[in-house]
Design a protein around this ligand. Sequence first.
Ligand SMILES: Nc1ncnc2c1ncn2[C@@H]1O[C@H](COP(=O)(O)OP(=O)(O)O)[C@@H](O)[C@H]1O
Ligand SMILES: [Mg+2]
Length: 609
Amino acid sequence: MPADFYEEEDFQGQFKGNVFKRILDLMRPHWPWVLGFLICVIIVSILDAYFTYLSKQIVDRGIVNKDINALQQILVNYGILILVQAAAVFGFVFLVGVLGERVRYDLRQSLFNHLQRLSLSYFSRTPVGWIMSRVTNDTERVAELVTWGVLDSTWGVINILTSVIFMLVIDWRLALIVIAILPFLFYVAVQFRKRILEQFRNVRKINSKITASYNENISGVRVVKALGREDENLREFGEQTSAMRKAGYRAAWLSALFLPSVQIISAVGLGGIIWYSGATVGSGTFSIGSLQAFITYMTSMLWPIQDVARVFAEMQRALASAERIFSLVDTTPEILDKPGAFDPGTIRGEIQFEHMYFWYEDELPVIKDLNLTIQHGETIALVGSTGGGKTTIVNLLCRFYEPKRGRILIGGHDYTDLSLQAIQSRIGVVLQTPHLFSGTIRENIAYGRLKASQQDIEASAKLVGADHFIQRFEHGYDEQVGEGGVLLSVGQKQLISLARAVLSNPEIFIMDEATSSVDTLTESMIQKGMEAIMQDRTSIIIAHRLSTIKTAHRILVIEDGQIAEMGNHAELLKLKGKYYNLYTRQFRFEREDAYNIFKENNQANLSAG
Ligand SMILES: Nc1ncnc2c1ncn2[C@@H]1O[C@H](COP(=O)(O)OP(=O)(O)O)[C@@H](O)[C@H]1O
Ligand SMILES: [Mg+2]
């Protein structure tokens, strides 16, 4: 992960090759909207300039010459054109909205789709926050770029162009004065904007650090208090806020200076025009209406010029966003179906691990030369100390990762020849931290089989022993579980995810430490549910508490990515090796635990009584 991973505003370098082209590609499917919108913008800006020209005629032909007919004619034209302009304004605002929505939709859809296809390794490398920011902020910025960005710049350019043309038509010598000061205005505007933006960028950067400090301090409040870090943290925080204040002051000072500077330069231009016209109005070559029109053109040109640097900076940021989005879209999933990958119709066959090696980032093997054959219908338990590689073995079987060396065969086929869908849709996994999605209990159970009937849903809940607590909720199966299931206890979530696994009727059932964070009572309920699922299915159970796996056909002790011991409960106990040690040690702890609870309860009763 690069050091500036989160410093999104910090992008100022060159854009790699074809970002522009790809943004145009985004707009291409919607070209009629783009075209319509450009036409509307052009109509609006040309009419703007033309209205100023009409005002000049009102003054010169109507008022100064006292020509009522001409005045009426001009006013009628004015009225008609105002209607045309109103229609064009309506058109572009509407079209910009539609266009933005379409581009946003396309981007989000393609990102979502792509994210679903990316392999697990991508998500273990990439912080969720980074991905979320791509999907929300960056798509928003790109949508803004292709709509308001295009609008602002088209408008600005056309506004300046039409103003210059009309000025040239009215009086080319005066127009030349204005054109002469334009470069100065541009220069000053760009310089100021650059510096102001830099300060704001600083403010934003410090701000995100401050937010991170808040976040860490609040979520780690216990640790902060326990270690007495309050003063130290406050000092660090103070440094950040004062840096932010300084950058904020500088931005305010520059912003305050900016407008007066632009105004002074344009005042010089206006002064020149007035001086020149003062010399010529009397001689009849330059009218009052022309003077007024010139002043209006000049001021209407100032806006786009002042704005050019802002629009440019926003475009740059949007381009950086686009580049990040494209980099995400360009990440190819590491695990893909091979050409010709097929679905054998079932994965009930024998599972073989053949001389399998695996490592994550560096080439330090996490799994070393694993050989194992699992028969259909067998229950295999994996035990061993943390970090031994149990979860990794299961991840490999699910094909979230693939072996680096050696291979895995399912029903005699190298599983990389099968389609991912064929494997993953037939495996049911229950994890240590069960994941529920916001919605109702019913929706969560039916997550893997959307068309399941109410009877099937209830049957699976009953089978795992979840039905009785679900019935106790006010809304029963329609109870909302909250985001990530926060409204339920871990045990309840675990039972629901078991019911989900039962309902999806997998051919291989996997449980990774699913009982380690629940109390013993819930555990014994889950145990019953598990037994129901494991009937007649290949099952792989990773258990922290060894009492849950006594009935497994085979128990494998995994140490350092290798099988250290293998056999059933009785055989392994007889061996008096690693399993025996694990088991007796845990048994003792559990006894002590139970004794302590008993003691606490008694004391509580005593003091209550
Ligand atoms: N996504 C990952 N990236 C890098 N290393 C990992 C990753 N997941 C696990 N490991 C490492 O692989 C080893 C085995 O981990 P794991 O399979 O989770 O063990 P267990 O489930 O037996 O506790 C550990 O040393 C762990 O640090
Ligand atoms: Mg694990």
